[in-house]
Design a protein around this ligand. Structure first.
Ligand SMILES: [Fe+2]
Length: 466
């Protein structure tokens, strides 16, 4: 057994000009060579690769194991990067790669790793995203990488694997999390007390431990999801609502249940047990068909009485009596709903349906605007003053949508949604509570920004503006 060695520059340059100790501007650290004789070497490659974008030659230069390919993200672009490496001994190359957004790694004409179908899986790009090993013989090898852009750009990371950036790794016992939730559930999210801050940090620590897609029942975060659902099932039928007051519960992600004096409805209901919430509701709305907003089992539960007799589900994509491709107005008892279109991003124009919901009649009635993953503030033109705005903080790139929308519409209450969406990988796609607070900093004085947690209830009285 022998330690990891960088190949000495002299020896490397004797083998090939492209192979060296790495670290300067001419070269990059390409991967680890696990030699058949037990040695581990660091392989290098040129920092400049041959490149083509949609068939035209481009300059490709790696800096800190990353290269960016500027392109127009409104369309699909294909880049091909190519270089050669020299391998001093037979063994396996261990490489870490990440890409915005699809890549295929090809060695000597054979694809050895591919994310071509599913993409990178996380917007936290780095050499810790996809780690793989390639058996090689000693000698020169051709490396080709094919890339396709995502909605936000095109980049490629490649080199010896690294660990993901630091995240909390201290276990959070379920009792501690439940205690924190009890503090949050018994306080008002409009008043950010030190106790509330501390409790939110406990929640954040627990969330930082859960990998995307983990549904192990003993995971504290999964117990929280379950207990939030039980709380909502208990509280919604029991909650007395009179006059123009509305009561909201945050279910998960951007999903809320709203109870007024006349009706109970849901928007973007999404939860591992979402179907159980159908019994509580009179009707529901869905902003778009991405799986963190649309839950098929929930919709089927809403419509289990059939296409005609089932409970109304409004959307622009699901076949039902309340499907409308274009903006429409709906009436359910004393609830009036005006729908609108909004871009999710440049590649998905008018992809999201916004819901402007007037709860009751008269001047004092409360208006809720849910904008889903909407990203274009210019498309928000509500007919009335918005009392409660539910918005995404970063639906696309660096846009601060919730803050911008709140500045334009000056709602009484801004609920920053889409935080802690744990089906997303760690990184920018899983927005933290701090992102929510950042979004609330600098709002117009008349707007109260809040960051509720799953299962939390908010009582709103339009007369008091809170
Ligand atoms: Fe989303």
């Amino acid at each position: 057994m022998c330690g990891k060695k960088e190949l000495p520059l002299l020896m490397a340059s004797m083998i090939c000009g492209a192979l060296c100790s790495g670290g300067n501007a001419e070269t990059m650290r390409f991967g680890e060579l696990l030699c058949d004789n037990g040695e581990t070497l660091i392989l290098s490659a040129p920092a400049r690769w041959e490149g083509k974008l949609n068939g035209s030659s481009i300059a490709v230069e790696f800096s800190e194991n990353r290269c960016r390919i500027p392109c127009d993200c409104k369309q699909q672009n294909l880049a091909e990067l190519e270089t050669e490496i020299d391998v001093p001994a037979a063994g396996e190359i261990r490489i870490g790669c990440g890409a915005d957004w699809y890549f295929e790694f090809i060695v000597d004409g054979s694809t050895v790793y591919s994310t071509w179908q599913k993409g990178n899986g996380t917007a936290d790009f780095g050499r810790f995203n996809h780690i793989f090993q390639v058996p090689v013989r000693a000698g020169r090898h051709q490396i080709r990488v094919r890339l396709r852009n995502g909605m936000g750009g095109m980049s490629f990371h490649c080199g010896p694997p690294t660990k993901p950036p630091y995240r909390n790794r201290q276990p959070v016992p379920t009792e501690k999390l439940m205690q924190a939730l009890s503090t949050l559930y018994t306080s008002d999210c409009r008043r950010l007390s030190p106790e509330r801050r501390t409790a939110l940090q406990v929640c954040q620590d627990a969330l930082d431990l859960i990998e995307p897609g983990n549904r192990e029942p003993e995971q504290p975060v999964n117990q929280w999801l379950d207990s939030a659902l039980e709380k909502i099932k208990r509280e919604v039928p029991a909650e007395p609502v009179s006059g123009n007051r509305v009561v909201l519960w945050l279910v998960y992600n951007m999903g809320v249940i709203v109870k007024t004096s006349g009706a109970t409805f849901g928007i973007d209901i999404c939860h591992p047990r979402a179907a159980e919430l159908a019994d509580l509701l009179d009707f529901a709305m869905i902003t778009h068909f991405h799986p963190d907003h649309f839950d098929r089992k929930f919709v089927e539960a809403m419509q289990r009485e059939g296409f005609i007799a089932g409970k109304p589900v409004l959307s622009s994509f699901y076949p039902s009596r309340h499907f409308r491709k274009y903006p429409a107005v709906w009436q359910f008892g004393d609830i009036t709903i005006r729908t609108g279109d909004i871009d999710h991003n440049e590649m998905l124009p008018n992809f999201v349906t916004t819901y402007e919901i007037l709860c009751g009649k008269g001047k004092e009635a409360c208006t809720i605007l849910h904008t889903g993953d909407g990203a274009n503030v210019a498309q928000l033109n509500p007919a009335r003053h918005v009392n409660i705005l539910i918005a995404h903080p970063r639906p696309f790139g660096e846009i601060h949508f919730a803050a911008e929308a709140a500045s334009k519409l000056t709602p009484d209450l801004l609920i920053v949604g889409h935080l802690q969406e744990i089906s997303h990988g760690f990184g920018p796609g899983r927005w933290s509570y701090q992102t929510g607070f950042d979004e609330c900093a600098g709002l117009p004085a008349s707007v109260t920004g809040v960051v509720p947690v799953w299962g939390e209830k908010i009582i709103f009285d339009p007369k008091e503006g809170e």
